[in-house]
Design a protein around this ligand. Sequence first.
Ligand code: H2B
Length: 98
Amino acid sequence: MRPTRLDPARQAELLASLDGWQRVAGREAIARSYRFADFNAAFGWMTHVALMAERLDHHPEWRNVYNRVDVVLTTHDAGGLTELDFQLAAFMDRAAGT
Ligand code: H2B
């Protein structure tokens, strides 16, 4: 079963529990940029996150340029933010050591 869209108050609460994540203008999504030591570190982190994304069946929108990864999370099926977005965001932060 897919999670349902969170109400705005709960979204704000969960966003406040994260560091470095922001709302995206014009759509219901959250975004964060990560910077790593080099491409190897960035891509290693992406690989680690990709395995979790498959397990959750929840996939990021992301872009990598050398040591930087820009991430946007939203739940396409729900048309907005769900628990899964905040779960994956927290996992990304832990995996990046932030
Ligand atoms: N990822 C994200 N971010 N949102 C979704 O709604 C979503 C997904 N849906 N990954 C999943 C895959 C769905 O398309 C498949 C069919 O389970």
